[in-house]
Design a protein around this ligand. Structure first.
Ligand code: BTN
Length: 333
């Protein structure tokens, strides 16, 4: 199915998804009545759910249900949970059922001179982007896929360390729901119990020496179906495993409540304002780690980050400093 066909199909399926979202059994007849269509038309719609990875169960003699239900993103609930600062800073809230990549969409807006303060969430991405050219697995309703567009007056150097500060903001949002064992892995992953819970991808546009814009992209695993797991090439975990029952809408709002004020104040405050909090959550503090670039590998003891967010590594007694774009980090077993 091409992306645009899939998008249209999902738009048509939204009403039936909203009815099935409660996870209860619905008869074909009751669905037909609620949707104002025949039972045959209901059946056709239900058959279209499978390609989106939505597991519909047929309950003999009673009807259909989506096992576990769906916690769909709802504008009213998100907006209702926004703090005054976030309400003021939010330019536009965009909720999509399916897009290629929320980062690509918001980047496109910024390049057209719009997009400042836009927060775009998607239930599903067909071409979600990860760091270092990876793809980001985003099955329907399985996580939070968020991109925020922000314009800055001033060069890109003002954004040094921003991706680490975003990690701190995410950790704060998760702490407000008592999610246990949240840690940060340099440069910009959120980990939980030794596995990746969320990732951050910043993409820049504009004149990097003057007015520039950034897209802050965040992917957070909430409830990933096993069918999606095979496509993920690193150890991962989802929120449902560690703290089930968190409403995605309330979490989405909590993320905006942290992230929008962070973006507004970051050029003035910089990473130094977040450094202590980052270090208190550092997954690898004091541990032996291995850093890779395309050509090199370094082994040493992770010794926190400096005021710019660069990693400090103690390599055989020498203090070495590494910046995020160059390298990736692994723990040593
Ligand atoms: C990483 O590799 O750890 C970063 C993953 C970032 C994924 C998010 S999902 C929302 C936004 N849109 C994208 O295409 N990517 C980011």
């Amino acid at each position: 199915m091409s992306t645009s066909t899939a998008k249209n199909a999902l738009q048509q399926l939204r009403p039936v998804l909203e009815l099935l979202a409660d996870g209860e059994v619905h008869s074909g007849e009751s669905l037909g009545t609620a949707l104002g269509v025949s039972r045959a038309a209901v059946w056709k719609q239900l058959q279209k759910l499978e390609p989106f990875g939505l597991a519909l169960e047929s309950v003999k003699g009673r009807g259909y249900r989506l096992a576990g239900g769906l916690n769909l993103l709802q504008r009213g609930t998100i907006e209702g949970a926004l703090a005054p600062a976030a309400q003021r800073l939010l330019g536009e809230l965009v909720l999509c059922d399916q897009v290629d990549s929320t980062n690509a969409q918001v980047l496109g807006m910024l390049e057209r001179g719009a997009g400042h303060g836009v927060a775009m969430f998607a239930e599903q991405q067909t071409a979600g982007r990860g760091r270092r050219g990876r793809s980001w697995v985003s099955p329907f309703s399985g996580g939070i896929n968020l991109s925020i567009g922000w314009q800055f007056a001033g060069g890109v150097q003002l954004l040094e360390g921003l991706s680490l500060a975003v990690g701190v903001a995410l950790a704060r949002a998760l702490a407000s729901f008592d999610v246990p064992d949240v840690r940060l892995k340099w440069p910009n992953d959120v980990w939980c119990r030794g596995r990746k819970l969320a990732g951050v991808l910043l993409e820049l546009s504009g004149d990097l020496t003057d007015r520039c814009a950034v897209v802050v992209g965040i992917g957070l695993n909430v409830g990933l179906p096993q069918s999606s797991a095979a496509a993920i090439d690193q150890p991962w975990i989802d929120l449902n495993t560690v703290r089930p029952g968190i409403d995605r809408n309330l979490l989405a709002a909590a993320m905006l409540n942290e992230l929008l004020p962070l973006l507004e104040s970051y050029p003035a405050r910089g990473f130094a304002a977040y450094r202590d909090e980052w270090q208190a959550l550092d997954q690898f503090a004091g541990q032996q780690v291995r850093l890779h670039s395309v050509q090199h590998e370094w082994c040493g003891v992770a010794s926190g980050v400096d005021d710019s967010g660069a990693l400090i590594l103690n390599v055989d007694g020498d203090r070495r400093v590494f910046h995020g774009g160059e390298v990736s980090l692994r723990g040593v077993e």
